[in-house]
Design a protein around this ligand. Sequence first.
Ligand SMILES: [Zn+2]
Length: 695
Amino acid sequence: MIDAPDAEVLREEAEERLRALAGEHAVLRDDQWAAIEALVVDRRRVLVVQRTGWGKSAVYFVATALLRELGEGPTVIVSPLLALMRNQIAAAERAGIRAVTINSANPEDWEEIYSQVADGLVDVLLVSPERLNNPDFRDNVLPELAESAGLVVVDEAHCISDWGHDFRPDYRRLARLFEELPPGIPVLATTATANARVTRDVAEQMGEDTLVLRGPLERESLHLSVVRLPSAEQRLAWLAQTLHELPGSGIVYTLTVAAAHEVAGYLREQGHEVAAYSGQTDPAERLAAEEALLANKIKALVATSALGMGFDKPDLGFVVHVGAPQSPVAYYQQVGRAGRGVERAEVILLPGAEDRDIWAYFASLAFPPEPVVRATLAALEERGVMSTPALETAVDLSRSRLEMMLKVLDVDGAVRRVKGGWEATGEEWAYDTERYTRIAAERRAEQEAMLGYLTTTECREHYLRRHLDDDAAHPCGRCDNCTGRHRSPDIAPQAVEQARERLSRPGVELEARRQWPTGLPDLSGRIKPELGAEPGRALGRLTDIGWGNRLRELFHGGDGPVPDDLLRAVIQVLAAWDWRERPVAVVSLPSASRPELVRSFGERLAQIGRLTYLGELGYRAGSPGQQFNSAKRVQAIRATLAMPKDLAGRVAECGGPVLLVDDRVDTGWTMTLATALVRHAGAPAVLPLALATVS
Ligand SMILES: [Zn+2]
């Protein structure tokens, strides 16, 4: 024990802690020590802006160890990366730091964790930013935690600033937390991606006397290039042709979930080991995919920006973007995941003409116009507490946009999250036109800068770092513009033809689920292959511009026989389906809301395709209702979905692959569990088919 923080003794101590954490040869760099000293000795607020891999977690774990030794309370870390911090937590535990997490996946443990914190048994408490939005946590737990904390850490702090490209409503609460925090509790905010304005804004929100430590963002292994190809099929073909030449394993980023699945599907057809990854991928599958990439078991993850913050693979060999992100800052953040621990990493951008339409689409998802917000507030005032699904029927916004708007209104004090949904507080609320206009203008400027990157003839790294206000930026000598070695846009004509064929194929692939969700007592890990499905098909995505409109119209109406135009289109999907073995029979799923639609869909398909219609699965008692997480959903479906005895007999008798049909696939769990029932009854293969899919 040391009585008073003496800087020299402390540095010795810090070095020792670092060695326990990172190995016997680890040495604190001066800038890391500067941050630790400011926190532990001066008890200041510190904003660290350093490139990924600089060692931010070492700073907060070492500072935690020192503060705990001085008798201070535990460190509270707010981080969106909890799931990805497993390695760091394990390292901290080896160094004698006890870390626990509070997130939506472990509610049964919270009480126990709070009492451990109160008893001084916890050194680090990790909290997801979404927790800050939970009324009980926000009102009762957080103030107490903050009061007794020895250190407060905010990871990915650029999300606090609405000047940033990645602003998150949950983070706005942090500004208030900073204000209310008792003096003398040190605060560390860290980010790898902040230009001068975002840095200034975050520092201001942290408080007047914030110390800003900002380092150069250069990464000497990155080789940046841009390949401009006019059509989507050319980009797909170019990627399929080039992927095996790229070093190691890497990430292929796409702008949309649909594109991630499309690109992954095509690359797999061309013999590449890749997997799709998006925010809609189930947590268990995401984890399995991340681990496959970390272990170099696959060539690439084809991912949306959901694969992002905190994903740490030092030997990541390449990052390819099919479609340009909206800002140089976002782009530099994503490519910065490559080449942390290797000498050379390839960074390639394949921009598309449609990128700007996609940007415009995302822009249209920004904060809704005033009349929509007013209508929401009026509905809440009139009807009291409403759930999000109930609000969806009153306000014409998508689920994600509605939730985003409610979070903003919550932080502004106009609504409140309560048991059973949301209620209006009755507090006066003003539509901040100036703020939304300013943010929109900022986005447009960023987009212009990104378009400039595509055509610039100057050093690409210099260009990006300049947009991050990195004063140390200089020509890199490695990018295509510096070296004059531009990647060849040549592609074999038959490869382009194959890609075109793939893109014009009617229907959407339904990827079978491969992992059970976590948190179930009796199901976990991989779904047994003998209970699994073949790749399936849907006519279209509800979000698509093409069939999406027609399908949304169908689902807005009531039940009825399957419409002829949709049936004709599905026949085309069947005709283009490259199944391994032709199905011989059809089974339909039971439907609580559209029994006639689903049954007639199955029967008429069987009729037209000369297949045997075997019948429909049943519900034991009532339908499973609605659940919002996979584990609950799976439990509810297992409790209700049933295979009637006579149907099981007919499935066993028919002996061939079965087409399993439903009207729409949302989470995919009904289809997955129905497949398992049909396979269990003796079908050698199951091919899922739906009119619509949400992903
Ligand atoms: Zn260069």
